[in-house]
Design a protein around this ligand. Structure first.
Ligand SMILES: [Fe+2]
Length: 472
């Protein structure tokens, strides 16, 4: 009964929210329509509609509707949803530790993880951590538990259970390798639609080691129960491999007067290892794995010269030892390069590029991934809008499958620096096969099948002698 009431309220709320934001959608030859996985769409658009709607922050058709949605979410939450039981995801902490994060409705559950390399409750190790919760207007989250476990062996399967009761559900994860090869799955702007489901199914079959997500996770957009359903949706994958994320605009969730803090839910639920990389903010950090240094930047926090993020980036790049990590990868949310007509000219793209592009170029960053645009695009090596053999390859991969649809329009003619572009949902895989070469593939969601639609071999700039001079 509780779930039925919730579904009704959710549908009603979303019908209201989207009633005023429907747009004409250009036709696009896609399989039959698909809806939201967790919340039924009630806005009349089918999920094959290709146009990327503007962000909810811009499209809200009334302050009162937003308030109504929040009140409904609070009411629904008070029904204490039984299905909101446990949502586990893991993320890397340093070279040989893992943070286990999960949420329970029961506030007396201890933050304990029992784990080991054998299955069936015979765990060799136990670690404890912290528990917390957050409030968002009238919503109160479940108890968010975090436990860092380790040291762990590389490339090893561990079994674990969350909470003191070892008869609880047994999860398992595999640690990343200590050496090449290593494979990353890369996908942005996930959301939680049936397209998201297809993407996650394809990723789960890719035998990846670490997932990189350049922002826009749940598309909760202030409706906090959607963070819970997103956690449930990604748990089968995110409990088995580390998910390393950075924030997008949909994580901001700031409401004037009502909720003036940004990133409340994101920071509470997706604690990334920023402390270990000398960062003062969960919104930007770095980590290293198997010869790859990954920099996660924050497009929606200050990035200008002299800002804490800028200063941190300078110091982080100075610490990179390309003999230890020959590959250098960066992630942002708002792309610095895009020939899609969506989101052109935004300060988070233009201003951040102006502030930080030179830093990444001089550090010989190999690849920069971005999201935000709901389509796929790969550029050649670029610096300051010109093809440059020592510049990063820019790849926009914001095509995870969210409810706003695809960004289907591109500027014409296609400039030479834009090597491949297509408005389809999908995900990418980056496999560093050794210290010099990596293979990038983009997997389009097409009729539920994962189709490799774009691929390219990359050579790390560290091994290109002409470019190495830039570093000296
Ligand atoms: Fe975005």
């Amino acid at each position: 009964m509780a779930i039925r009431v919730r579904e009704f309220c959710s549908a009603a709320a979303f019908a209201l929210v989207f009633a005023g934001v429907l747009r004409c959608a250009a036709s696009y030859d896609r399989p039959p329509s698909r809806g939201m996985v967790s919340v039924p769409r009630s806005d009349g658009r089918d999920s094959s509609s290709p146009d990327q709607a503007s962000d909810l922050w811009i499209d809200v058709n009334g302050f009162l509707i937003l308030v109504l949605e929040l009140l409904i979410s609070c009411f629904v939450h008070q029904l204490r949803l039984k299905w909101l039981k446990i949502k586990v995801h893991i993320s890397m902490v340093g070279k040989d530790k893992m943070r286990i994060s999960w949420i329970t409705e029961d506030f007396s559950t201890p933050a304990i993880v029992n784990y080991g390399t054998t299955k069936g409750g015979n765990y060799q190790y136990s670690s404890s951590g912290t528990s917390n919760s957050y409030e968002y207007v009238l919503y109160k989250s479940g108890e968010i538990h975090e436990v860092v476990i380790g040291p762990l062996l590389p490339n090893t399967t561990y079994h674990y259970t969350c909470g003191a009761d070892i008869t609880h559900e047994d999860f398992q994860f595999k640690t990343p390798p200590a050496q090449f090869p290593i494979k990353f799955a890369v996908v942005g702007d996930l959301g939680q639609t049936e397209w998201t489901n297809s993407t996650l199914q394809h990723i789960s079959g890719s035998n990846y080691d670490v997932l990189l997500l350049p922002g826009d996770l749940s598309y909760a957009d202030v409706y906090q129960p959607l963070w819970d359903s997103f956690g449930r949706l990604v748990e089968p994958l995110a409990s088995q491999r580390p998910w390393m994320v950075t924030q997008g605009n949909h994580e901001i969730e700031k409401i004037p007067i009502i909720h003036t803090h940004s990133f409340t839910s994101y920071n509470s639920r997706w604690h990334m290892p920023f402390e270990e990389s000398g960062s003062d903010s969960n919104l930007y950090y770095s980590f290293e794995v198997a010869g790859v240094h990954v920099i996660m930047l924050g497009s929606y926090t200050d990035f200008k010269n002299g800002s804490p993020q800028y200063n941190w980036l300078v110091s982080d790049l100075a610490k990179v030892d390309r003999n230890i990590t020959p590959w250098l990868v960066a992630l942002i949310h708002a792309p610095w390069y895009s020939t899609n007509t969506a989101h052109q000219g935004e300060e988070e793209s233009v201003g951040m590029k102006e502030a930080m592009e030179e830093l990444l170029y001089e550090a010989l960053v190999d690849v920069v991934f971005a999201g935000h645009i709901h389509a796929y695009e790969r550029f050649t090596r670029v610096y300051k809008d010109q093809a440059n053999p020592c510049g990063p390859v820019y790849i926009n991969i914001g095509d995870g499958g969210n409810r706003e649809g695809l960004a289907s329009e591109y500027t014409t003619p296609q400039p030479k620096i834009s090597a491949f572009r297509e408005a389809s949902f999908g995900h990418g895989e980056l496999e560093m096969v050794n210290a010099s070469y990596a293979r990038w593939t983009w997997h389009r969601n097409d009729d539920d099948q994962s189709v490799v639609a774009d691929s390219v071999w990359l050579r790390t700039l560290k091994s290109v002698s002409n470019c190495k001079q830039l570093m000296n």
